[in-house]
Design a protein around this ligand. Sequence first.
Ligand code: FES
Ligand SMILES: [Fe+2]
Length: 441
Amino acid sequence: MLSKQDNETLCRVGPGTTMGEFMREYWIPALQSSELPGPDSDPVRVRLLGENLIAFRDTSGTVGLVDNYCPHRRASLFFGRNEESGLRCVYHGWKFDVSGNCVDMPSEPAESNFKDKVKLTAYPCAERNGVIWTYMGPRTDLPPLPELEPNMRPDREYTITTVLRECNWMQALEGDIDTSHLGFLHLGSADPNALVPGTVDYYTVNVRHPRYNVKEMDYGVMYAAYRPAEEDSYYWRFAQYLLPFYTMIPTGRLGLQVRVRAWVPVDDEHTMFWALSAPTPGAPAIRRTDRNGRVLGGSAGQMEYQPNTNDWHGRWRLAANSTNDYKIDREAQSKNEIFTGITGIHLQDQAVTESMGAISDRTRERLGTSDSMIIKSRRRAINAARSLQEGVPAPGVDNPEVYQVRSGDVVMKREVDWLEGTADLRKAFVDHPELIPAATS
Ligand code: FES
Ligand SMILES: [Fe+2]
């Protein structure tokens, strides 16, 4: 559990808050490049860290992310005309470029220099492989982008997924570093006898109470959960929490999986989930079926989205959500076809984390030994955010190479040291062709 004050520090992200100021030190994924499809395309409402912003792409293709409110009389720039390298407020025609400079003020006399004195808040943006990043912090000398491999492999087939989650960012993130729920929430109805020996699910379901090593790292916190695999080996799952809001979870082989997830605060009670993945060609897909071909966890199928709208919370919402109880199928649940009755891993996570309320009352939790990663990660975030207030730089901002890590699972002989034995496998941008199973002909 956390004290009320710690919980507030952790969850509040608006301007002037401890966590909000901390997050503003970092580059933040704001929206997908495809959401601004071309020069002078329609402006988009984006709420980030509790601020209402308007994103647009100017005539040259450069992205701007500016305050919603026109600095003249505060009309919304969402209604702006995106024309000839700037966004023109429709109320009195003031026009702003992507840097927030007022480039035209037709409502004032031609000889007036008032427009040179007016500035619209504009956050610098950078685009890299389909992600529009923004920097909302105090520096004028911008830090480098984080060196996250999954956003830096245009040489590979590459996917970006975004989903709105209706709860606080850390509450959502904690699901990723809560390894023990896998055997229940997602695999609770799996029959251990029907699982294929030697598979991830086999090890996970046969021992549902793994032991953990949790270690503070220069980028955040890492855990390695282990259970017996065979007589002389352990099955290990390595996962990362990277400051301020990233995770790398073990859904593939350590050394082959290239995947990162981000839990970007929209505001205190909403979070934009990001998944960036650039899988190694030939890497085996994780098995999610038993010997009888039964799909585990009801995990088949794509997530179904509602159409995006122009609401502040209108982007990337799922069709199954709290208003329809995530389309729970009680029959599938009672027949033990799907433990939760809710279809799909992402949706199962979404349901339980949103069900805690928008901001969980962490003063009332009862945490056990299986929660040690969550406890350490919260503490790391709170301490790092408070330290910034005392002048300690935010970890990773000026050394983006610390993000060059990976997560995944691995079976190792019991005598192998968990850190030494995986040092090379945890490094990003290193190829491991020896791990790719030979193609059977
Ligand atoms: S309110 Fe925008 S130009 Fe007047
Ligand atoms: Fe999960």
